[in-house]
Design a protein around this ligand. Structure first.
Ligand code: ADP
Ligand code: MG
Length: 340
């Protein structure tokens, strides 16, 4: 029999509920960057600036030129399960924005100092809300929103201990912006660390963005992928087998513009290479899969990095065909008969 006395059931205080929930969404500075850039893109930004101090642990500032938040809604933006992006289950099932859970700002503000400065079109001035004090002040800035996050995990030392060196955290933050940048060539991105510009991608064509982000080596040793099958469109670039790497650090898959990790898709791609990859060599690729939103469930994981497809087998097969076609084309161009 258990010898500890039974403890009564109690509702947790709000603050603790938020901190527990934050654990799912905010793992490290890069998670904050991901959520804030998602929000900037959902607000229609054409330029997103990310400013980091100490790998993002000391400070993360994400500035956009999007729609802004009206001052009367600012306190709501910080509340859990408060969102402007969906209103009903119906809207959830066809959601086109990156966000919809209304959790990120609440989560971040429960594990860091946060302030939001924002201004809408036509507003006489900007407003700045400090999360901890709830203080709302008049501020100066042009249209758009800046979210400042300081001292991540200052109140949760157990979490803070899991952070790696500033250089490693910075690398994760950069990877997070890179994932966004690949999907949104129409948006300019810039990243500063300790006041120095460390990465900049100007708005332009999709091809130019892939070249800028992934480099000439990848571009030169990869082939364009394009396939349409019913409600499915698959496009991007697949690396040639001979350019495969020992690490899987150049594998990007997007579903309806959202970066995802999906075993089924990864397997579909890999199987297109069949026996052309030696040992544990990893192909490089960036693949965009556009599909009718009612055929994919994005509400599977708090960070939305996983999705569930209504017809997974069909997608697996179409992805495989699409990549196979791209690779076969390259063989034909090199004057070899396609293997069969
Ligand atoms: P979600 O993105 O799931 O709605 P968040 O907690 O990330 O939840 O944001 C809450 C709300 O705050 C959003 O629905 C949006 O209305 C507003 N918001 C957050 N960031 C921005 C931004 N950069 N520009 C405009 N509105 C924003
Ligand atoms: Mg969000």
């Amino acid at each position: 029999a258990p010898d500890a006395p039974r403890r009564a059931i109690r509702e947790l205080p709000d603050e603790l509920i938020s901190q527990i929930a934050a654990g799912e969404v905010v793992e490290r500075p890069a998670s904050v960057v991901r959520e804030l850039v998602d929000n900037a893109l959902d607000a229609g930004a054409t330029q997103v600036n990310v400013k980091l101090m100490a790998g993002g642990v000391r400070a993360i500032v994400v500035e956009d030129d999007g729609l802004g938040i009206p001052p009367e809604e600012l306190p709501l933006a910080l509340k859990r399960h408060a969102t402007s992006k969906i209103r009903s289950l119906e809207e959830l099932e066809s959601v086109a924005t990156m966000g919809f859970r209304g959790e990120a700002l609440a989560a971040i503000s429960s594990v860091a100092e946060m302030a939001i400065a924002t201004r809408c079109e036509g507003a006489p001035h900007a407003h700045r809300l400090e999360a901890r004090s709830g203080e709302l002040k008049i501020a100066a800035r042009s249209r758009g929103t800046s979210v400042e996050v300081r001292e991540l995990f200052f109140s949760t030392p157990a979490r803070r201990k899991f952070l790696k060196t500033d250089a490693t955290e910075l690398a994760h933050c950069l990877e997070s912006v890179r994932r966004h940048a690949l999907a949104r060539p129409d948006v300019g991105f810039a990243v500063w660390h300790e006041g120095k510009l460390v990465e900049q991608w100007r708005a332009g064509s999709a091809e130019q963005r892939l070249l800028d982000v992934l480099g000439e080596d990848f571009f030169g040793s990869s082939r364009a992928v394009y396939a349409e099958a019913g409600p499915l469109r698959i496009y991007g670039r697949a690396g040639l087998p001979e350019a495969a790497r020992s690490r899987s650090d150049m594998q990007y898959v997007y579903v309806n513009g959202r970066y995802v990790r999906d075993k089924l898709i990864a397997h579909g791609i890999r199987s297109a290479y069949e026996d052309q990859l030696h040992g544990s060599r990893q192909p490089s690729y960036v693949l965009f899969i556009d599909i009718a939103p009612d055929r994919v469930d994005v509400n599977v994981h708090p960070t939305k990095i996983e999705v569930r497809f209504r017809d997974g087998r069909e997608i697996h097969q179409q992805v495989r065909y699409a990549v196979q076609d791209a690779l076969a084309l390259s063989r034909a161009q090199a004057g070899e008969a396609p293997a069969e």
